[in-house]
Design a protein around this ligand. Sequence first.
Ligand code: GTP
Ligand code: K
Ligand code: MG
Length: 346
Amino acid sequence: MGIIEKIKEIEEEMARTQKNKATEYHLGLLKAKLARYRAQLLEPAAKSGGAGTGFDVQKSGDARVALIGFPSVGKSTLLSKATHTASEAAAYEFTTLTAIPGVIEYKGARIQLLDLPGIVEGASQGRGRGRQVVSTAKTADLILIMLDATKSEEQKRLLELELDAVGIRLNKSKPDVVFKRKTTGGITFNTTVKLTKTDEKTIRTILAGYKLHNCDIMIREDITTDEFIDVLIGTRKYMPCLYVYNKIDSISLEQVDKLAHRPKTVVISCEMDLNLDYLIDRIWDELSLVKIYTKKRGAQPDLSDPICLRKGATIEGKSSKFSPYAQKVSLSHQVQDEDVVSIFTK
Ligand SMILES: Nc1nc2c(ncn2[C@@H]2O[C@H](COP(=O)(O)OP(=O)(O)OP(=O)(O)O)[C@@H](O)[C@H]2O)c(=O)[nH]1
Ligand SMILES: [K+]
Ligand SMILES: [Mg+2]
């Protein structure tokens, strides 16, 4: 039996199994198995350079943003509007067959926007170029999930499922769990919070399923069983994402208003040039980019040539002192947007 059949079999068994206290551990085991097969489905191909590897596009600029969506939602139209690169757009599906990079220039930053082929349901299991698309998406700093505002809400859930199946976790942070493998000593299990969505027995069952008999576990957050499996598998990618609804020219104002109020959501019309500037502004925010200017001692800062950094970046150096405009700060100063710095040695 191939991996895809095995996955199917487990999914069917999970669907058949009623969810209750008595089946909880068995379901946990099935989940763990499923996660392992899915990982297998992706990893070998990724190593041998097969369908699991992404498109070969050089990273450039200060950050990379990937466009993910079903066919004909308007990904290529957006690339052509937001960058100086033209990507063919047409009314038929799968117009785009490879990754096409463009550059958004904004507030002194160069943001690489990647147009990608449309993905289909089942992409995570190797249908279409889906695996190549999602592998490429994993290399981005931000994912734009592009949706057709005229289509049903189901499209969003289906896309999320595809990304979830390949280990991409959207707008979530890594579960706060310390997991350490050991060679002897059995399992030590500790929590700093009350677990309401999973329990020690389920976790121990899963560990046994993975043949993990020696490890230290410290759980510091009220995690689910799935989140624990994520920690065990260890290769999950936690990525920020914006939901972009395109073609709002074709829906009612009431509908536009409803979509626009959702969290992490931007509504646009590529064709009518609606809200595209706002989208770019939101991309900038999501990427947490800040720009800093450098200046020589005693000279005016060069405002035409900022350096872009991710928020949270600190400035370090061995024998240099760091000083923004008026105030002197330590080497570990976290840069703020529009900081002006001069770095000099004693
Ligand atoms: N009404 C409307 N149509 C749009 C809009 N943006 C794009 N389209 C149309 O949607 C169709 C598909 O656009 P593409 O840019 O090729 O879509 P895509 O997502 O790149 O499609 P694939 O590469 O095939 O996956 C084209 O006919 C566009 O003219 C929009 O804002 N409103
Ligand atoms: K298209
Ligand atoms: Mg396209």
